[in-house]
Design a protein around this ligand. Structure first.
Ligand code: ZN
Length: 378
């Protein structure tokens, strides 16, 4: 090797050594790590290194919306409303977000839940109107609340929580429901006007109903009956009546105690198809025009007349022989405690006071301290 060549080699080595730090940083800059981008409707939200951890966070987030669902229900689908993609990418280490950042973005809320507190005198009907909702919408927002049993201090959701990432759930639930029995009326000329005699008590039937329900962020967005099977046929009641007819007249039905449109809620147990909660309805609700007259079921003495919590304006009449009848949600009361009333005498007017979902008469029959199915009595 010549001297010249040695010098040239030394110079080259010096140059290479001088350039080394910048070569290392260039290599670093080109270094890529495998990571996972979370994309929502085509928009990149964040990048994480652990795909399994990301999937776990997403599953846990979705699961929170399963909390209030009946444990017997079959979950058919759980998904996001938005289009979600997890894409494998190669990024520089500093481009990777922590799982905390990912969690924060997944759990982000667009609009918070709005609740109101029930005050004395409030009812479901007026509250829904005041919040620009229908009664049905207010019921959907509060599946765990029985509109018949709300009290001052209870909270009602009037606007649902609106998350950034929406969760859709589809479920099927099978519940057993009662089938109301029909009442056959037979005229009897020997009975006085408005008098009734039960010849045969009706018995409710039973059916198994399969509901297909869709939820958006935990709230019902659709509910359909998928199948219905009768388990037990109802047994028709037979009631003898005096001269007063109890059949439909001009679109209105005379139920004896009130002239109404239809029975909007029957007596007995109901199972909420989403929450699986059991509720008991102590009477029947007869939907009727506000102000319609309410009549005494039969002769008796008024034992309660006035405001009674969820019943609103309410009358209780004692007919003797262990029989009492209750008339609730009245707009007006025309009788006083202790007053004797006759069969068919006007005692009040239909209203929507107390916990009521609209103008109706809640009519209850109490025999020896226990409620009975009023369909056997009207
Ligand atoms: Zn009722």
């Amino acid at each position: 090797m010549t001297k010249k060549r040695i010098i040239a080699l030394i110079i080259t080595i010096i140059f290479v050594l001088a350039a080394l730090p910048s070569l290392i940083s260039l290599a670093n800059a080109l270094k890529r790590e495998q990571a996972y981008q979370f994309i929502v409707d085509g928009e990149k939200w964040f990048t994480v290194s652990d795909q399994n951890a990301l999937v776990k966070i997403l599953r846990e987030y979705q699961k929170e919306y399963l909390n209030s669902i009946d444990e017997n229900a079959q979950i058919k689908k759980i998904a996001f409303l938005q289009e979600i993609e997890i894409v494998e990418v190669e990024v520089r280490p500093e481009e990777i977000d922590s799982l905390e950042v990912a969690k924060e973005k997944i759990y982000a809320i667009e609009e918070d839940l709005v609740e109101i507190e029930i005050k004395s005198g409030d009812n479901f009907w007026n509250l829904s109107k005041a919040n620009n909702l229908t009664v049905a919408e207010l019921e959907i927002l509060n599946p765990a609340i029985d509109p018949d049993k709300i009290f001052p201090g209870d909270k009602l959701v009037v606007k649902p929580l609106n998350p950034v990432l929406d969760v859709i759930i589809e479920l099927e639930n099978t519940v057993v429901e009662p089938i109301p029995f029909k009442v056959e009326y037979k005229k009897n000329n020997n009975l006085y006007k408005n008098q009734k005699r039960i010849i045969k008590e009706g018995i409710e039937g039973q059916k198994e109903v399969i509901y297909h329900i869709s939820l958006l962020n935990g709230y019902q967005s659709s509910l359909n009956v998928k199948n219905e099977v009768t388990l037990k046929e109802p047994v028709q009641a037979i009631v003898q009546i005096g001269t007063k007819t109890t059949v439909s007249r001009g679109g209105r039905i005379n139920y004896g105690v009130v002239s109404g449109k239809r029975i909007s809620s029957y007596y007995g147990y109901r199972i909420h198809p989403i929450t699986g909660q059991r509720r008991f309805h102590d009477g029947i609700d007869i939907a009727a025009t506000h102000g319609n007259r309410v009549y005494a079921y039969t002769d008796g003495r008024v034992v309660e007349a006035g405001w009674n919590g969820g019943y609103g304006n309410c009358i209780l009449v004692d007919h003797g022989n262990g029989l009492k009848t209750r008339y609730a949600h009245l707009s007006r009361i025309y009788v006083r405690v202790g007053q004797r009333v006759k069969t068919g005498e006007r005692i009040g007017a239909v209203g929507s006071t107390g916990n009521s979902t609209g103008p109706h008469l809640h009519f209850e029959v109490i025999k020896n301290g226990r409620t009975k199915n009023p369909l056997n009595y009207i």
